[in-house]
Design a protein around this ligand. Sequence first.
Ligand code: PAF
Length: 279
Amino acid sequence: MKIISSPAEMTAFSKSARSNGEKIALVPTMGALHEGHLSLVRKAKELADTVVVSIFVNPTQFGPNEDFDKYPRQLEEDAAKCEAAGADAVFAPSVSDIYRPDASTYVNEEDISRYLCGKTRPKHFRGVTTIVTILFNIVRPDIAVFGEKDAQQVSIIKRMVRDLFMGVEIVTGEIVRDENGLALSSRNKYLDKMERLGASRLHAALEDGRRLCIEGCSNVDRIKAHVINKVTNAKTRVIYVEIVDAETSLPMLEAVPGKSRISAAIWYGQTRLIDNIRI
Ligand code: PAF
């Protein structure tokens, strides 16, 4: 497995794979890889001949008071995990490899990005769509694989790829959870053992919300109130709970089994967690 830091070398690697008739899949990540990421790498390997995992903590998607500086960075460990999962290359550029000091071009999705995480993280999705476009331009993948835990991110990337005729197939991988139901996330590293156990109440509350809907309740306010009530305790602060369209992540006026998703973000102590569940 190759570890590449230069964008030019990455493009040359992909060009050579393509000239050999190989299909290329990209798994974009910010590193601190866990089983959720590795399941995406394995899925990519089933769908393509050459799998590239990008590892880049992208500064443009973090707000001024967010965790860019303390975000876990562990390239050696991550590269070993990628190799074991079947990746052919890790692309790990530095910030200066990607952004020129006078970079002034961004990609902005302007509909879905207004809701959910977009409300409290104003430039976050602009950073995501910009870096994903940059990665697509460098790696030139046929397929890109993203995790469903970031369902709103997936909806936004699908919209961007459609609107801008990017010609990359977007594939998703299911949420991977720990034994208590907590969705795996690189930010779980901020939680100690007891906190991880406590934070699993988010998934339990979403499950309860889904149950309410499946039992016949379509009233979004009732479902939201139910989930908020279940998740709230001394350590949690709810950022949002919303019933959204499972495909577009846009808010729905009624919950519909088979079509809706409950999406939520909370602060658990000092850690921001997101999760969702299909109804
Ligand atoms: O989901 C993530 O880890 C990031 O938002 C992504 C897609 C790698 C872009 O930096």
